[in-house]
Design a protein around this ligand. Structure first.
Ligand code: TA6
Length: 298
């Protein structure tokens, strides 16, 4: 594998042609190429200069998902917390623990963010001593992203975490999301009301913003082709029991200045692995780890 670092991005590639690009800003994966094509959606209007979270790729949500609740330690943080809009450091390449980790079959890149690196604003807003290590592992068939959270202080803290993955699809009307059937979800387009998924193959035909809860992490969430049921993406998880399915659709797409072109809602679907329905409590000195593995065009 080769790893190159240029103006605050790290790019790794395998001899077989797969590649991944990560911006140190937010440790945001912005590109994953496999089978000769880009697997992730990145808005043409994405802002990449660190002034705003990147619209696309895999933004990292920590320590709070969505608008922070009132009267909570995260209350004065921005939506989705500070991880995706802080500058991380590249900790280096390490041998991938993944099964096929012969030297040219996989590469693992590590990134770090600690409380000492946070802006004054964020440190004041969430004054806990923490360390994050984010590992991105590229193999010939998959991309894995894993986050380790360490509580380095003397006080317990609560957190939520989510990997806000924007998957690239040719046509949103031609895909289905599978393995959600009979699962409970919170529908954020319907006043966060609770529902049970009836469909074995969910079609996206309107603005969709749902938090599916308590899903068995080992059961893959599959984005498949409606025409022939071929799997396009398969996402398995480790310790992340919630899955958010989001598509802004027409109006919301138009309403986001950094989402472009407007019609690009047809070319993306967010399937987001996270732990967001409640709060994880991390005791002083303890650590927590969770992540996802995305296989493409199996
Ligand atoms: O993951 C779904 C969601 O929470 C939506 O409600 C929408 O807000 C989306 O994230 C994008 O949020 P952002 O802060 O990146 O514009």
């Amino acid at each position: 594998p080769t790893v190159s670092i240029k103006d605050s991005t790290v790019e790794a590639s395998l001899p077989s042609g797969e590649s991944v690009t990560i911006h140190l800003y937010g440790a945001t994966v912005t590109s994953w190429k496999a089978h000769g094509q880009e697997q992730l959606f990145l808005s043409e209007k994405a802002i990449l200069d660190g002034s705003k979270p990147i619209r696309g790729g895999i933004p990292l949500v920590f320590p709070v998902f969505g608008p922070p609740p009132k009267d909570h330690a995260t209350s004065t943080l921005p939506q989705h917390g500070f991880a995706r809009n802080s500058n991380w450091e590249y900790l280096g390449k390490s041998s991938a623990e993944s099964a096929d980790s012969q030297s040219d079959q996989a590469v693992k890149l590590d990134f770090g963010l600690s409380h000492t690196m946070l802006s004054e604003e964020f440190r004041k807003a969430w004054p806990y001593e923490f360390g994050l290590v984010y590992s991105v592992t590229l193999t010939k068939t998959s991309l894995q992203t894993q986050l380790q959270v360490r509580n380095e202080g003397t006080q317990n803290f609560e957190f939520q975490v989510l990997m806000h993955t924007y998957l690239s699809v040719a046509d949103i009307s031609a895909i289905r999301v599978k393995n959600l059937e009979s699962k409970t979800y919170i529908d954020k387009t319907r006043n966060a009301s609770s529902h049970t998924e009836a469909s074995p193959a969910l079609a996206i035909t309107e603005e969709t913003d749902r938090v599916y809860q308590s899903l068995d992490p080992a059961v893959p969430i599959v984005v498949s082709s409606a025409a022939d049921d071929k799997p396009l993406f398969s996402i398995t998880r480790d310790a992340l029991t919630d899955v958010v399915v989001w598509n802004p659709w027409i109006e919301k797409a138009k309403g986001m200045a950094d989402f472009g072109p407007d019609e690009a809602y047809k070319n993306m679907i967010c399937v987001e692995a996270g732990s967001v329905s409640g709060w994880q409590t991390l005791e002083a000195g303890d650590s927590w780890e969770g992540g996802q593995s995305i296989k493409s065009r199996l």
